[in-house]
Write a new protein. Structure first.
Length: 86
């Protein structure tokens, strides 16, 4: 059975999405005007000075962690009868 949201809950979910997207867009706009210094410039790596590098890096790292966790959950999954007395 699927859980049905009440009209009040639907309104709160919509408000949460709007607030989250507004905060995200504000962060992206502020990031465009910041000056970043290259941390590995002596090695010839300046990718961290690109605009929006850190949000993209954070999203990519989060995505990799979620994929790793899902894969690990599949690998460690037990049968429903694992603890049943035979």
């Amino acid at each position: 059975m699927k859980y049905q949201l009440t009209p009040t809950e639907k309104k709160l979910v919509r408000i949460a999405w709007i607030v989250g997207l507004l905060v995200l867009s504000a962060i992206v706009v502020v990031e465009l005007f910041m000056h970043h210094h290259a941390h590995f410039e002596k090695d010839g790596i300046t990718i961290d000075t690109l605009p929006e590098f850190y949000p993209i890096y954070g999203f990519g790292a989060s995505f990799v962690l979620v994929v790793f966790a899902k894969t690990l959950a599949i690998a460690l999954k037990r049968k429903d009868t694992f603890y049943a007395d035979d």
